[in-house]
Design a protein around this ligand. Structure first.
Ligand SMILES: N[C@@H](CCC(=O)N[C@@H](CS)C(=O)NCC(=O)O)C(=O)O
Length: 116
């Protein structure tokens, strides 16, 4: 199984709220590239953000947050690029975005102009 550390624990954690469209991007992308992850639910119906969210995303205090090897990546489009770069670079999986720069720009139009 991918994205496990030496102790067999997942090195990838997703912090999100189940109905969050921004976070669905992250979760779909990880499943597309076949990366296993732990899921931590952040209940956005509660006003106060959790200690984990405040620590991992102190500026915006928003989800989704992808935590990889203890380091947070915030912002759904940023997370998609990170997933593409990290796991495609390992040559383990198929790419999320096309290789050609113009095709990559085209592929970003829809997410950039809808949920941003
Ligand atoms: N541009 C950010 C937007 C993330 C965002 O706005 N998340 C909202 C939920 S949709 C959030 O976590 N809000 C924190 C709160 O309501 O306290 C992204 O793409 O990830």
């Amino acid at each position: 199984m991918k994205a496990m550390d030496a102790a067999g624990k997942s090195s990838v954690t997703c912090v999100d709220f189940w109905a969050n469209g921004f976070g669905m991007r992250m979760r779909i992308a990880l499943r597309e590239v076949g990366v296993a992850f732990e899921y931590v639910e952040e209940d956005l119906r509660v006003c106060e953000r959790s200690e984990l969210v405040r620590r991992m995303n102190p500026v915006h205090r928003s989800v989704p947050i992808l935590i990889h090897r203890g380091r947070p990546v915030c912002g759904s489009l940023n997370i998609l690029e990170y997933i593409d770069e990290v796991w495609s670079a390992l040559g383990e999986t198929r790419r999320l975005l096309p290789g050609d720069p113009a095709d990559r720009a085209d592929a970003r139009v829809f997410p950039v102009t809808t949920l941003n």
